[in-house]
Every structure is written in C-alpha cells, then in structure tokens.
Design a protein around this ligand. Structure first.
Ligand SMILES: *[C@@H]1O[C@H](CO)[C@@H](O)[C@H](O)[C@H]1NC(C)=O
Ligand SMILES: *[C@@H]1O[C@H](CO)[C@@H](O)[C@H](O)[C@H]1NC(C)=O
Ligand SMILES: *[C@@H]1O[C@H](CO)[C@@H](O)[C@H](O)[C@H]1NC(C)=O
Length: 368
C-alpha cells in the first residue's frame, strides 16, 4: 500500500515536472497574451461586434445607397472633392451604414456601407470622393486552426507573393462563404471600419507599403486621420486611425502639415489613439468574417508580437482569431489568414516585422 502511494506520488511529481517544462518551453516560443475570451454565443458575440459600428439604419436593407443616412457637413472640401452637394461653400453628404447579424447554425454578418465618414476629410482639391455601395455577407468569426494555415511561406520571395500583393485579398477563404451584393468593386477592399470608412489592402498601387515603401517609391499622402481617396473615389484607411473610434469635428489637416504625423506616421497611430480605447477595441470587420481590433489588448498592452504575416492573432482560450492593428506593416491586415510564423520579413516595406511569433493561445493548440 505504502509502496503504491509512493509510486503514485512519484508519478504525479514527474507529471507535474513534465507539465512545467512544457509550459516553460511553450513560453519561450510564444507570446503570453492575457485571455480575451468571453462566454457568450456566436450570435451574441456578433451582436456585440455589430453594436460598435456607427450604423445609421437597421439592416438588412435592399440597397444602402437609397436609405436615409445621417447628414454630415464639412466646409473644407471643394466641389470636385465633395461627395454630396455644395451650398455656399459647405459640402453636405449622408453617411449610410447597416451591419446585421443573421442567427442560424452558422452566424452570418451583413455589412452595407456607402463608404462616407461622419467627419471632414482633407484631400487635394483635384481629387474626388464618391459614395460607394459596399454590400457583403460573410460567416461571422469563422473557426480556423493554427494547424491548417492558408499560407506557409518560408522564404522572402514566397512571403512577398502574399504580403506585397494588392490583389491577395480579392477573394476570401471558402470557410467565410463570402457573398457580395455590391456594385462597388471589392477586389482591393479588405473590410469596413466602424466609422463607415473602407479598409483597403495595405499595399499601394506599386505593391509597396504606402507609408514606408522600399526602393525608390515615395510615401503616399494621407490626411491626419490616415485616410485618402483612391482613383475611383473610395476614401479609405491603410492603417488604424483614432478618428475611427473618436471622429473629430470641424476641419482636419493633412498628415504632412500635422506636427508629428509627417515625420512619423507609424507613431501617429498610437500617439493619436484615444486612451479610452487602449483595450480590446473593435475597429472593423474583414471581408473574411474576422473581427478587426485596434492596436491594444485588454490590460493596455500594445500588440507588437503574437501575430502572423496577415496581422492575425489567436487571442483567447476559445481559439478566436482576429486581425490586430499594428504600427508596423501591414498595419491592419495583409492577407486573410491564418498563416504560419516565418523567420523572414516582407521586402516591400522598411517598417516590417523580421519574424513572427505565435501567441500563447496559438502555441497551446499547435501540434506541429
Ligand atoms: C442602389 O441604388 C442606386 C441609387 O438609386 C442605384 O444606382 C444602384 O443601381 C442600386 N443598386 C442595386 C444593387 O440595386
Ligand atoms: C475650414 O476650412 C475652410 C476652407 O479652408 C475655411 O473656410 C473655414 O473657415 C475653416 N473652418 C474653421 C472652423 O477653421
Ligand atoms: C497575388 O495574389 C493573387 C491571389 O492569391 C495570386 O493569384 C497572384 O499570383 C499573386 N501575385 C503575385 C505577383 O504573386
């Protein structure tokens, strides 16, 4: 009996030591992230995410552009740039947004957006901004696995083909079951921000980082909300902006004339981030159904590691995967993940990661 108890005790001690060493090894190859999970149903989780959007109408609607939106006025836009009507030098437009959760065996989310913000924009007087019709439905927060990455690049050439590629997000993975109803082309659109501004693929038309391009390309001009219009009038973000969480009132300026922004766009992301949002904060939804979060986790930790090449992270013990805004390329999301965690960085930026590390939740599920 006594011998039996001793044997059991020894077995228990050895098992505990094995578990402790495994935890130590795991902690060396992964990043500890405080658990961000909540125990609610997928539908409730979807409703919570949808409630963060500044919606203007209850959806789904048959056509977002024909709904009555919320009127926005701005006195700094010329007639070429004004996306609405000009009266006495004041541009007036309507912001229109519906975000709807559809309950079922698989919860879906429908996003209908006219792409116009609820604040001023500062753009060159020769550029135009126009109302869009972005409309898609997708499985909400689809289950994905660290053991089945979509992308597994190991060399810089393989990584570049995914990251430094403006069309790499033109379609979403099949598990997202993306259905588009839009008239606006969604090829480079990767998601919609909570303030109704489009989020486009990180790359410039030259397939490089728009803010810190490699080679001889110059940085693109954005306003102090870090947004600008592209050639067909889609005003959009390539990086997280405090303006999405806390829209400014009145005129805004260009990044190039804002002290701090012109010399350090990356630093501007966090220096202008509202302190009330230095926690897990929904800033948008991606076209693959995953939630896009701001640059901070609950507890105030800035996200710098734990992400894959797409800026995706397994961020809680429930296995949820979402995209996190960062101050390094790809800033919001560079691809629809999950991917592996290679020890190379992309060549199209001078502000990229050089290697990637799993979060503790990714490592806990990793069997490779
Ligand atoms: C939505 O309404 C706009 C404005 O009337 C129209 O131009 C567009 O074709 C409509 N789109 C769809 C998908 O019905
Ligand atoms: C905003 O900008 C416009 C155009 O430059 C100017 O006329 C107007 O006075 C500005 N408004 C404020 C409050 O600064
Ligand atoms: C960019 O991504 C698309 C979609 O995955 C792919 O078909 C294409 O070959 C990629 N382009 C390059 C230059 O690798």
């Amino acid at each position: 009996m006594v011998v039996g108890k001793i044997v059991i005790a020894i077995v228990a001690i050895v098992a505990a030591m094995v578990a402790i060493s495994a935890a130590i090894v795991l902690s060396l190859i992964s990043v500890y992230i405080p658990d961000q999970s909540t125990s609610v149903t997928a539908y409730q989780k979807c409703l919570t995410v949808a409630s963060k959007f500044a919606t203007t109408v209850t959806g789904p609607v048959s056509n977002i552009t024909t709904t009555t939106g919320v009127t926005v006025t701005c006195s700094q836009l010329g007639s070429t740039s004004c996306p609405g009507s000009m009266v006495n030098g004041i541009c007036t437009w309507q912001r229109k947004l519906a975000v709807t959760c559809i309950d079922g065996t698989t919860v879906r989310i429908r996003v209908q957006s006219n792409g116009l913000p609820g604040r001023c924009m500062d753009v060159p007087s020769t550029t135009s901004i126009s109302e869009q019709n972005v409309d898609f439905a997708v499985n909400f927060n689809p289950t994905v696995s660290v053991n089945s990455p979509i992308f597994s690049p190991t060399t810089q050439t393989q990584l570049d083909a995914i990251s430094c590629n403006i069309t790499s997000q033109s379609s979403a993975p099949s598990w997202s079951n993306l259905v588009t109803y839009s008239t606006t082309s969604l090829d480079t659109l990767v998601g919609v921000s909570i303030d109704n501004v489009a989020i486009l693929n990180v790359n410039s038309a030259n397939m490089v980082d728009p803010f810190y391009p490699s080679g001889s390309y110059s940085a693109e001009s954005v306003d102090s909300c870090l947004a600008h219009p592209q050639t067909s009038g889609v005003y959009h973000y390539h990086a997280a902006s405090g303006c999405s969480v806390s829209p400014p009132t009145g005129n805004i300026s260009l990044c190039s004339t804002s002290n701090g922004c012109s010399t350090n766009v990356a630093g501007w992301i966090t220096s202008t981030w509202p302190s009330s949002a230095k926690k897990l904060t929904v800033i948008g939804i991606a076209k693959d159904g995953h939630v896009i979060y701001g640059p901070y986790l609950n507890g105030g930790k800035l996200v710098t590691t734990g992400i894959d090449i797409c800026n995706g992270m397994f961020y809680d013990s429930s296995g949820d995967y979402g995209y996190f805004a960062t101050t390094k390329y790809p800033y919001i999301t560079g691809c629809f993940g999950p991917s592996n965690y290679p020890s190379v960085g992309p060549s199209c930026t001078t502000n990229g990661q050089q290697s990637y590390t799993m979060s503790s939740y990714a490592a806990a599920r990793y069997t490779g």
